[in-house]
Write a protein that binds this ligand. Structure first.
Ligand SMILES: C[S@@+](CC[C@H](N)C(=O)[O-])C[C@H]1O[C@@H](n2cnc3c(N)ncnc32)[C@H](O)[C@@H]1O
Length: 255
């Protein structure tokens, strides 16, 4: 399998420090508008899957990290009907063609494919597995706003409780290469024991592309989609280049 950001080593900690829920109502509402099979791509530990599973019966979850999927299976255990869980690279999906009515790529995940070629391959694959008229909702950062926090300063993301009175501290340092427009977020995890002693420390580097609006739209159209909607935030506001934190794209597969 080709290289991707390695989430295996942080899979057991991901749900402890990723508390984001700002997008979940949006996805819950959107998914409830579709009756057919739904695909959650780059699904991780199932942060979004576990929400939409309640809104939509038939769900397939795909991720490249076996360890993230191990946690996802645990998080989604007992849900009926059980989702189909597939370990695969989004650039090569082992799924039936023309099957899905809706595919999701939440949480800026497509940007973790840092080259245009890889993004193109992923969009082509997603198009293959969607029905004609089916939709892809893909959420990305707005580069203009995201750039502001890529300032090379080390910041404390937060301190989180772990079992047995232990604590997790997560530090984060974001930078960007303005030639390639590839950002790097270095995340340092420190686990402290019940007496405050440092038990373990590890570092993860997440690389992601800052994808401009025009560039993504071009890729989507080349891959055989039409843009149905571009929102700038999860409250439903339209995208405004200098103001919106996100680009929330709804694309439709055209024949
Ligand atoms: C930021 S996490 C998002 C997880 C989840 N969607 C969420 O909202 O919390 C990005 C996920 O993308 C997965 N990923 C990275 N590259 C991938 C690829 N090429 N194909 C499939 N999954 C990939 C990672 O393993 C990770 O679980």
């Amino acid at each position: 399998m080709r290289s991707a950001n390695d989430y295996d080593s942080v899979a057991q900690l991901y749900d402890v420090y990723v508390r984001a829920d700002f997008d979940l109502d949006f996805f819950r509402r959107r998914v409830s508008q579709y009756a057919g099979p739904v695909l959650d791509l780059m699904a991780g530990t199932g942060r979004v899957s576990s929400t939409i599973q309640r809104a939509s019966g038939r769900l397939t979850c795909v991720d490249i990290s076996l360890e993230m999927l191990r946690v996802l299976r645990r998080n989604l255990a007992g849900l009926v009907p059980a989702p189909l869980v597939v370990c695969a690279d989004i650039r090569s999906l082992p799924l039936a063609a023309d099957r899905y009515e809706l595919a999701l790529i939440p949480f800026n995940s497509l940007a973790e494919l840092i080259t245009t070629e890889d993004q193109r391959e992923a969009l082509n694959e997603v198009r293959q597995v969607l029905r004609v008229g089916g939709h892809l909702i893909c959420t990305l950062h707005n580069p203009a706003l995201r750039l502001q926090s890529l300032d090379e300063r080390t910041k404390l993301l937060g301190t989180y409780e772990l079992p047995e009175d232990r604590q997790l501290e997560v530090w984060i340092r974001g930078s960007v290469d303005r030639v390639t427009d590839v950002a790097c977020s270095v995340q340092t995890y420190r686990i402290y024991g019940s007496r405050g002693e440092l038990e373990a420390e590890q570092t993860q580097e997440i690389r992601f592309a800052l994808i401009a609006r025009e560039s993504f739209e071009g890729l989507a159209v080349d891959a055989g989609f039409r843009v149905v909607e571009l929102l700038g935030d999860y409250d439903g506001s339209s995208f405004t280049p200098d103001v919106s934190p996100y680009m929330i794209w709804t694309l439709e597969k055209v024949e």
